[in-house]
Ligand binder design. Structure first.
Ligand code: PMP
Length: 461
């Protein structure tokens, strides 16, 4: 058998991949007919594939490589930590320096009194932790009936049984008989797709008030928590109208519902602040974090919880934890990543340089015939594709047809931009420069032009 290296021909790697590697969110046909794109290396905001093509990664991997690719400091820290203490657990009253230091740092960065960290391997299992944690919290407080968690349709909270259940992706629920009992949903604040003739702010308020209606329908003594992404990411970078979050906060406060902000995408500078909750003025009791915590260099996630939640949990034994909760190598890598974000002023770069420049250029795409709204907060952005900007109409094809065509044009132009239905989304590394943003926009515009032509040829416009 050939040793598998980057030097094997692409077709050979693709054939072996298709034969043996089951991919997430990919059909077998895509793999056998087209083959996987094989990424060989990366530096800064660029990937290099097995054909030597340089691809601008406007998604930062899966929204995670916040400091960009190829930072040796993280590799050095990981190697050092592996030599010193490659593994030890944090169960049964043990700890180690990387887990201690990272917890302290996260407590310092997190808003309010979110001073306590429960480690996970990523965002999905941190959300699983949250389900058990909020139910345990209320049970310990003598209210075991308070266990329903309210979420939103089109939310994404992960792929585990718990994460998928909390998420509002119907296509995911269909596979595996989900959600689990005790999860309820309200509609999302997606004005573009669902706002009809309403004014966006009225719509935002109406959608937030669905939370109150749902709490009253279930009974406030039965609701444990509400979970939401400050800005929906995988649902299409949906930015709620300004009226939405203050009303959600008011309702959670009024009915004593724990507010879980899923910051897996919004955290660590993505919106220009350390957390999306700060950008949107949300006061969560629990934050889910992952991705940008280590800039994707090591798998790690966490639930960061308030003094009050921690106090109740510490009074009992929370029978929960993962072998790799607080993995020393992942914690050390995350700490180094946070040091780089902080010492290199990357959040300031987002706020003062990259986000204003990208916002101006991104908004300019609205003059394209196929682009309806262009939305952006910090360095996460979306555009809605439409055949009619005034009526915000959908294309006369299955949702996602035009988005897919556009994504393929982007690939052809060495730009990674994702589509969610007929919304195109980006979330580039936070270190992106204004010059690189100009290249991103140039490629995006070229891809939109090519897609527009294809869409017209197919009679969809
Ligand atoms: N929550 C949100 C908001 C996410 O975007 C994601 C991943 N896209 C997750 C949870 C799940 O995280 P992971 O894939 O690390 O399990």
């Amino acid at each position: 058998m050939n040793k598998i290296t980057n030097h094997l021909p692409t077709a050979e790697l693709q054939a072996i991949d298709a034969a043996h590697h089951l991919h997430p969110f990919t059909t077998g046909d895509e793999l056998t007919q087209k083959g996987a794109r094989i990424i060989a290396s990366a530096k800064g905001i660029y990937l290099k594939d097995s054909e030597g093509e340089e691809i601008l990664d406007a998604m930062a991997g899966l929204w995670c490589v916040n400091i960009g690719y190829g930072r040796d400091e993280l590799a050095d820290v990981a190697a050092r930590q592996m030599r010193e203490l490659p593994y030890y657990n944090t169960f049964f009253q043990t700890s180690h320096v990387p887990a201690i230091a990272l917890a302290q740092k996260l407590a310092e960065l997190a808003p309010g009194d979110l001073n306590h960290v429960f480690y996970a391997n990523g965002g999905s299992d941190a959300n699983d932790t949250n389900i058990r944690m909020v139910r345990t919290y209320w049970a310990e407080k003598g209210q075991p009936e308070k266990k329903t968690i309210i979420s939103r349709w089109n939310a994404y909270h992960g792929s585990t049984i718990g994460g998928t259940s909390l998420g509002g992706m119907k296509g995911m629920h269909e596979q595996g008989d989900l959600p689990i009992p005790g999860i309820e949903f309200i509609e999302q604040p997606n004005w573009w797709a669902e706002g009809g003739d309403m004014d966006p702010e009225d719509f935002g308020l109406a959608r937030a008030r669905e939370l109150e209606e749902k709490i009253l329908e279930i009974g406030e003594d039965k609701v444990a928590a509400f979970i939401a992404e400050p800005i929906q990411g995988a649902g299409g970078v949906i930015v709620a109208p300004d009226s939405y979050w203050p009303e959600i906060q008011r309702i959670c406060d009024k009915y004593e519902i724990l507010l879980i902000a899923d910051e897996v995408i919004c955290g660590f500078g993505r919106t220009g602040n350390w957390f999306g909750s700060q950008t949107l003025d949300i006061r969560p009791d629990i934050m889910t974090v992952a991705k940008g915590l280590s800039s994707g260099y090591a798998p790690i996630g966490a639930s960061i919880v308030s003094d009050e939640v921690a106090k109740v949990l510490e009074a009992c034994e929370f029978n929960h934890g993962y072998t790799y909760s607080g993995h020393p190598v992942a914690c050390a890598v995350a700490l180094e990543n946070l040091r780089i974000l902080e010492e290199e002023g990357i959040l300031e770069h987002v706020q003062n340089v990259a986000a204003p420049h990208l916002a101006e250029k991104w908004k300019s795409l609205e003059d394209h015939p196929m682009v309806g709204e262009a939305k952006i907060v910090g360095l996460m952005a979306s555009i809605a594709l439409t055949p009619n900007k005034e009526t915000r109409a959908s294309f006369a094809a299955d949702a996602g047809t035009v988005g897919y065509i556009t994504r393929e044009c982007c690939f052809g132009n060495n730009l990674i931009m994702r589509h969610v239905g007929d919304r195109m989304i980006i979330s580039p590394p936070l270190v992106i420069t204004p010059e690189e943003i100009d290249i991103l926009i140039e490629r995006a515009r070229k891809s939109l032009d090519e897609a527009y032509e294809k869409v017209r040829d197919q009679g969809l416009f």
